[in-house]
Write a protein of this length. Structure first.
Length: 318
């Protein structure tokens, strides 16, 4: 009995000491030199004693468990992001290596809000829409999609309004925009399904809704590839990220150039054309010159086919 009690006492004390050592490694900047020295002396005292093989295995397993938990909570998916952690901006991964494909565990996904999609992911007339807009009422609760840590909690007047960026251990980052209020703070750990904000209509927004994004190493992913918005759940327990299908890749493949060309062509076709009447001109001759009809010229200028044309008058022809 005494041996069993001594073993229990050993495990309890050992657990507390190892916990303290791990916490000290994470918070060294906040501890005084005297406190760090005291913890190190305690560890040396424990290490100087002789333990059985079972006790040493126990020590290793507890230490590994604590270190893994601390690492995950401190910097989710840190190996993928190569230590990049920025509390100010969404797009900060210009120098991070992005794999061509990567399998992402999404089995713990929770729908941030259950509402109708009001604007899908994809190109818009003047820009690319990197997320999906989901209808809600101002003040509705918004929930975290996965376990993770809040990386950005900020405000962007001409864009997201009040918004959050949360990084997750599976390598994803989720973005929540146009919020009326944030319920969490920068560097706070959150759980999947935890209330993180209240929906709103802040920033560049024309009505109350949640702008929701999936990103992997900064690359945008179409939420409809992952979420079945009819049933508010994921299609599968995993998703394979493909670099060539990401939003940034789509946008960068001459999208802006094509857009400018289309806009220029449209403007040239729709720009109004005018003609100044000269001596001897007739409506039929003017119509033939501009590839239109007499009826259309009359309609554009509020005149009749029998109207006498005055020299010097400007007629709209298209």
């Amino acid at each position: 009995m005494d041996n069993i009690l001594s073993k229990l006492a050993f495990t309890g004390v050992l657990f507390l000491l190892i916990s303290s050592s791990v916490e000290a490694q994470v918070n060294k900047k906040e501890l005084s030199k005297k406190e760090i020295k005291k913890i190190n002396e305690q560890l040396k005292l424990v290490a100087s004693k002789e333990y059985t093989k079972t006790e040493m295995l126990f020590m290793d397993s507890v230490l590994m468990h604590l270190e893994l938990n601390e690492e995950e909570n401190e910097f989710p998916a840190d190996e993928l992001y190569e230590g990049a952690w920025n509390n100010d901006f969404l797009k900060v991964y210009a120098n991070v290596n992005i794999p061509d494909s990567f399998k992402i565990d999404i089995s713990s996904f929770v729908m941030p809000v259950t509402g109708m999609v009001t604007s899908p992911y994809g190109p818009r007339w003047r820009r690319f829409h990197y997320g999906t807009d989901i209808k809600l009422q101002t003040g509705d609760t918004v929930y975290a999609a996965f376990n993770g840590k809040v990386r950005v909690c900020s405000y962007e007047r001409k864009g997201y309004g009040n918004y959050l960026v949360i990084r997750h251990p599976n390598g994803m980052e989720t973005v929540y925009g146009h919020l009326s209020e944030s319920l969490v703070s920068i560097n706070e750990n959150v759980q999947a399904g935890q209330p993180i904000a209240l929906g709103g209509n802040t920033g560049r927004s024309t009505g109350s809704h949640l702008h929701f994004e999936f990103r992997f190493l900064g690359q945008a992913i179409d939420p409809s590839d992952i979420i079945d918005f009819t049933h508010f759940c994921t299609y599968d327990d995993s998703y394979v990220f493909n670099k060539s299908r990401s939003g940034d890749a789509y946008f960068n493949v001459d999208f802006y150039t094509k857009f400018k060309s289309l806009k220029s062509n449209f403007a040239s076709k729709t720009k109004a054309k005018y003609y100044k009447v000269r001596s001897g001109d007739t409506l039929l001759a003017i119509a033939q010159r501009y590839g239109t009809s007499v009826d259309k010229i009359c309609r554009l200028n509020g005149i009749k086919a029998t109207t006498t044309l005055k020299i010097g008058r400007s007629l709209r022809c298209s």
